[in-house]
Design a binder for this molecule. Structure first.
Ligand SMILES: [Zn+2]
Length: 376
């Protein structure tokens, strides 16, 4: 249709629910911090950036983690932590994001600022300040790592719950990240139980490096509100329909999938099949520092490589807002503005708009425009 490529994806209001703290860093900021702290950077993070990863095998994943560790080691004191939060907020706001849930595993920063609690408090404080000054709400997801001891996950869950809330600068969720092939899911269930009782949204990673069984296990063991990635549930229609029935939002990151070699090209990311099954989806950038693409690029891939039209892209944006933990007034405004983006741009461009005016934003099952249930 004539409106297919008419609208600016940068002005499409959206929420960003899958962005890691270190991975959000600008490549220029990494260069600055590395120079400041005297840390040599590998070529993959300088001249040859962005790196080619293909992390679906152990060696590739090891390389990805090694680059990640180098980047993480460049983030040291309070000023660095604040700079990362501030720049992530600025970059997201510049891409039309109204609400960002940034995911942090604070353990590695803790020694530089006197412990886990100060590390998290600095990040929350800056998230609150940036939200006031940058024009975006920033909530924080505390994520445990699968490669650490499950008792560490419980410690993090208890810490996260102390700062739980739904305002900018609050902890809004609890995640589980790192190599899906490591650790036993069941061992992390007690940490997730602490987070659930504390009212946090549960947002573990699954179904990216591992197939549909990992999604099914995550659904039954952790009972999540959202799943990071989860795309490989399409390999088993039964699991895919379980995700749809549970109304669990999948945080789909096409750029990450391609860069890590989960799919050979963006046109093979099974986003249309997920939408067709009625699964709520929120597009995310994952780790722009290592993967080379930010938020708007994910929507551009959905448009160019997967053939989604503007109405479907608006549906995705609405899915990100509904799947978020954003305060009610932020959600309402963003959803109204998404509709405005869809109707107004068609008028401005003189395209055929009448069939879009008042069109439902969602092609999911009925009731999908109800606010998502709270995580508690
Ligand atoms: Zn991730």
């Amino acid at each position: 249709m004539t409106t297919q490529h008419a609208r600016d994806l940068g002005t499409l209001p959206k929420a960003h629910l899958h962005l890691h703290f270190t991975g959000s860093m600008r490549i220029g900021t990494l260069a600055d911090l590395a120079a400041q702290h005297g840390i040599p950077l590998p070529e993959a993070l300088t001249e040859s950036w962005p790196p080619r990863l293909h992390a679906t095998d152990e060696r590739g994943w090891f390389r990805f983690q090694r680059l990640y560790d180098v980047a993480r080691s460049c983030v040291r004191g309070e000023a660095d932590l604040r700079r990362l939060v501030r720049e992530a907020a600025e970059d997201d706001a510049a891409e039309g994001s109204r609400w960002l849930e940034i995911q942090v595993e604070p353990t590695s920063y803790a020694p530089f600022v006197g412990g886990l609690t100060p590390a998290l408090e600095i990040i929350l404080d800056e998230a609150r300040a940036a939200s006031l000054e940058v024009g975006i709400g920033v909530g924080v997801i505390v994520a445990a790592s699968r490669v650490r001891h499950p008792l560490d996950a419980r410690t993090l869950a208890r810490l996260a719950v102390r700062y739980a809330g739904s305002r900018p600068g609050d902890v809004v969720g609890f995640g589980l990240s790192n190599d899906e092939r490591r650790g036993q899911l069941l061992d992390f269930a007690p940490a997730f139980e602490i987070a659930r009782r504390g009212g946090l949204a549960l947002v573990p990673h699954a179904g990216e490096l591992l197939g549909p069984a990992s999604v099914q296990d995550t659904l039954s063991v952790l009972r999540p509100d959202r799943i990071g990635h989860g795309v490989r549930c399409v390999e088993d229609p039964r699991v895919m329909h379980e995700v749809a029935d549970a109304e669990v939002t999948l945080e789909v990151c096409p750029g990450s999938n391609v860069s890590l070699g989960v799919y050979p090209r963006a046109s093979e990311v099974p986003l249309p099949a997920l939408l067709e099954a009625g699964i709520p989806v929120a597009l995310g950038a994952d780790d722009p520092l290592l993967l080379g693409t930010r938020l708007v690029a994910q929507y551009a891939m959905a448009r160019q490589d997967l053939g989604l039209d503007d109405e479907e892209l608006a549906t995705l944006a609405a899915g990100s807002v509904r799947g978020s933990q954003a305060p009610e007034e932020v959600r309402r405004q963003a959803l109204a503005d998404i509709e405005h983006w869809l109707t107004n741009a068609s008028v401005a461009r003189g395209a055929q708009g009448p069939e879009l005016v008042g069109a439902p934003l969602s092609r999911h099952s009925e009731g999908s425009d109800q606010p998502a249930p709270s995580s508690s």
